[in-house]
Design a binder for this molecule. Sequence first.
Ligand code: TYD
Ligand code: MG
Length: 467
Amino acid sequence: MAKISNIFVCQSCGGVHAKWAGRCDSCGEWNTLVEEVTAQKPGKASKRKGRGPDFVDLGGTTPELPRMVTGIGEFDRVTGGGLVPGSALLVGGDPGIGKSTLLLQAMAKLADSGRKVAYISGEEATGQVRRRAVRLGLADSNVSLAAETNLGVILDGLLEQQPDVAVIDSIQTMWSDQLAAAPGTVAQVRACAQELTRYAKKRGCSLILVGHVTKDGQIAGPRVVEHMVDAVLYFEGDRAHHFRILRAHKNRFGPTDEIGVFEMGESGLSEVLNPSALFLDGRGDSASGAAVFAGLEGTRPVLTEIQALVAPAAFGTPRRAVVGWDSGRLAMVLAVLEARCGVSFGGKDVYLNVAGGLKINEPAADLAVAAALVSSAFDCPLPKDCVVFGEISLSGDVRPVGRADARLKEAAKLGFGRAIAPPPKERKTGANDSAALPIIAIKTLPDLIDRVEAGSENGIEAKTAFG
Ligand code: TYD
Ligand code: MG
């Protein structure tokens, strides 16, 4: 008979404990241990003897299977050029952000190009998915749809159908009857993900798992699921805004840090081919405290507006509020401005906002943030035709950043005329170094302050000071 035992599994890291405790020893999280009943098969050790894996040479060749391209350019770029047969992909994101919509649209495109596609929904009934398909104008697509949560039934169905691509929406709703634990627990999620990826590898099917995200933005369930799959994509965005970003977090078949930008509309998600135009849309006339940052998202240049407001503090401790950037990094830029340039923010509230709801995590945004802060502090608008980028070091120096050419080209494309940036690196002789835009070279932070200050004293926008 199977031996039944009770174990306690941490829902955050998957650590197994013999006894309940308030805090998980492995990851230090509180109140995450949940009792699970496991049934072990009668204790017979594996009988297999003497057979090891088949070793091969590193130099051998394996035929590359052609990738499955959906035709949704933004999606294909993030996956690294299409779905790979025999691979597993995990798509995570907040509830209601549009994961199911995106995947249904991608699957319909694949079905239209002649692929065999299965969509298994554990969250919605077939009627709901059909209604969405009608809304998206995809009702005629040849996608096999099922509403099922039992892993065994799903695997049987997949073996029967042999689809090229299978979507499991979502992995947290799946359960295996081999385990006594409830659906959504670490044990179930791990077991289901393992079985499904094993099926995908064996049959050359491309598997897409949808994963829920916890409060702090990680894919719920054990980290092991992220290790099991070949690629992890996050679908993010702000509910208040229409655009959504698909971001590669890990990808064994392509570059990470690549993004795809979509816009959620009445009839589903549409691709945004020129994200900079979207993020700069509705930019007002020159007001102080705004700087356009020429950033990079993966391989793509993206322009965004950084807004800062420096206002007298109403209460004792001044506030520092940041949306879309790292608050630690803001503290650093403020400290450098105080210590190296003598601009004091002591009695002032500081607010920083990345317009459009984008999240920036590039150090290259330092100079743009500093420019926005100084512009607000001196109430002197920056020239409207200017983009800003550069990294600030603690000494107050402005350091060059990667791929300045791509940033300048994108800015030129969108009609900007100048860039406030660190001086370009010395090129080797013979290299063609005609920049796409003239650069107002800023070597140190005090250099930037002088120019903005000069503008504010003359009561004009910093145009002449920067001219
Ligand atoms: P959904 O794909 O169900 O999100 P997820 O699977 O990530 O939970 O997206 C649902 C949201 O998208 C819902 O709030 C409505 C909105 N939506 C549109 O705005 N337009 C559309 O055409 C569709 C299908 C959904
Ligand atoms: Mg969904």
